[in-house]
Design a protein around this ligand. Structure first.
Ligand code: DC
Length: 231
């Protein structure tokens, strides 16, 4: 896929493995677009919660998917998520949305729609997408695939710190247990379960700083960009 245009970089991994932050910073450094696909699932889940739409109500689910617009902008060096033009960046990280996004992201109609949006955004290249199924389903031909992981205690500490920054206080045990539940759910679901693509490069971030993670991914990307094309 690489050529004169930019690369498609897929960053997958479990909850709180550092995917989104790494993907955003790598995109910034390369002058690429960053697509946080988890935020897209969260925005759809938030809209369903607000509108009181059940997954069993096929007509309303389809109508919502067809009429919803989720986009991402950069403001003060932070990624902001817009749902039909409204900034919902903080709301999509609430415990309610975190609970509800599980069943929503398991729904094949939702997945089909969001995968289509993601492909449209990434088609031109010059993009870093992070999620669970980017290297396996959304862009199986991505130029570079990274699978990030970290031990559950480390991820729980990161997540708790991030939540406290938003005024949400939970014990480390509570956060860890919620992450374990999501890990199981993400890996065992029927549609597009979380798994490492065979050709993905594994990056264990347990003992890495954000700067290290970004550096590793940039080195891999630059190596690909420096490789001459063979016809
Ligand atoms: O990365 P996150 O925690 O913001 O993701 C929110 C939820 O969306 C999580 O339960 C997994 C799901 N998700 C998914 O199924 N596929 C993706 N590409 C991204 C996220």
């Amino acid at each position: 896929m690489a050529g004169t245009r930019g690369l498609v970089i897929a960053v997958d991994g479990p909850a709180s493995s550092g995917k989104s932050t790494t993907a955003r910073l790598v995109a910034q450094r390369l002058g690429y677009m960053h697509v946080d696909t988890g935020a897209m699932y969260r925005a759809v889940a938030l809209k369903m919660l607000r509108d009181g739409i059940e997954l069993t109500d096929n007509d309303r689910v389809m109508k919502l998917l067809r009429s919803t617009e989720v986009s991402q902008i950069e403001k003060d060096s932070q990624a902001r998520i817009l749902l039909d033009g409204e900034d919902v960046t903080d709301e999509i990280r609430s415990p309610e949305v975190s609970l509800w996004v599980g069943p929503v992201s398991e729904d094949y109609r939702v997945r089909e729609h969001l995968v289509e949006w993601q492909r449209r955004l990434g088609r031109q290249g010059g993009v870093v997408l992070d999620g669970r199924d980017i290297g396996t389903v959304v862009f199986p031909d991505a130029d570079l695939k990274i699978f990030m992981k970290a031990d559950v205690r480390t991820r729980a500490k990161r997540r708790r710190k991030e939540m406290m920054g938003r005024g949400i206080v939970q014990t480390l045990e509570e956060v860890e247990s919620a992450i374990e539940t999501r890990d199981t759910r993400d890996s065992s679901r029927e549609h597009s379960p979380l798994r490492k693509a065979d050709d993905a490069i594994e990056l264990d971030t347990t003992h890495l700083t954000i700067g290290d993670q970004v550096q590793r991914v940039l080195e891999l990307a630059k190596k690909i960009l420096a490789t001459p094309l063979t016809e």
